[in-house]
Design a protein around this ligand. Structure first.
Ligand SMILES: [Zn+2]
Ligand SMILES: [Zn+2]
Length: 242
């Protein structure tokens, strides 16, 4: 029981970091926050993504490239050009690393208004720190896993950030329904997205890139959106429209 609680908590907290901080804030600037809160969410992302920490800066550039070049050869991750889930993840990882080490020739327009705490990125994304997190996870598993097969979840735990990314980048560009006819292959992967906290409404998101609520139809509940509204109400963030 405690084991599955850990899995659930890790899944949703790291997913929140990804959708709230990396995606909606860093990549799309859907809301603003003071530097102190920005640093708080950097640390929150580091703790929740752990061994698979993603730099908000590099994620932001990577994701902006995806929106600008969706389903073309310049898209960093398009299932139309990659033969499967793992080749797609591998290519994404290579481009992410190139951006993160300033080896990728991204145009200036993709770098505007990105949070950048590069010294923290180097610390949180270092090999040593990733290894320390893997050892921490191994300790948690040793403590909580009551059957051998529970260790089958271990790779997912260690690669949580890329796993969340791959679900959207691969499946939500291949399977699901569309609310909007678009030039690209984006789809709403799940009609009620409790699993991915709204990230599955990918067709809606490609249509309305700056809209903080990813749900569009009445049944498309975006679990992250009420959290955004609450954080706006109590003054931690400032929504662009308010
Ligand atoms: Zn986006
Ligand atoms: Zn997409």
């Amino acid at each position: 029981m405690a084991f599955f609680l850990f899995l659930l908590l890790h899944w949703y907290l790291s997913l929140f970091s990804q959708t709230f901080f990396l995606h909606r804030y860093a990549a799309h600037s859907m809301f603003q926050m003071h530097r102190g809160w920005e640093r708080f969410f950097y640390i929150f992302t580091w703790i929740t993504q752990g061994s698979s920490y993603l730099s908000p800066y590099a994620y932001g550039v990577l994701h902006r490239l995806h929106h600008a070049h969706t389903d073309t050869e310049d898209d960093p991750h398009s299932p139309s050009f990659e033969p499967g889930l793992f080749p797609l993840m591998f290519k994404t990882w290579k481009i992410y690393n190139a951006i993160n080490t300033d080896q990728y020739p991204a145009e200036e327009k993709y770098l505007k208004n990105l949070p950048a705490w590069r010294s923290f990125d180097r610390f949180a994304g270092s090999d040593l720190m990733r290894i320390i997190w893997v050892l921490i996870y191994a300790g948690i598993y040793a403590l909580l896993a009551t059957s051998w097969w529970m260790w089958l979840f271990f790779p997912i735990t260690c690669l949580m950030g890329p796993v969340h990314g791959a679900i959207v980048n691969y499946f939500a560009h291949k399977y699901g329904y569309r609310n909007f006819r678009m030039e690209d292959t984006s789809r709403n992967f799940l009609p009620v997205d409790i699993l991915m906290m709204g990230e599955s409404y990918h067709n809606n998101h490609h249509k309305y890139i700056s809209r903080p609520n990813f749900g569009y139809r009445w049944f498309e509940i975006d679990p992250t959106y009420p959290v955004i509204l609450l954080l706006d109400k109590i003054g931690i963030i400032r929504l662009q429209t308010s």
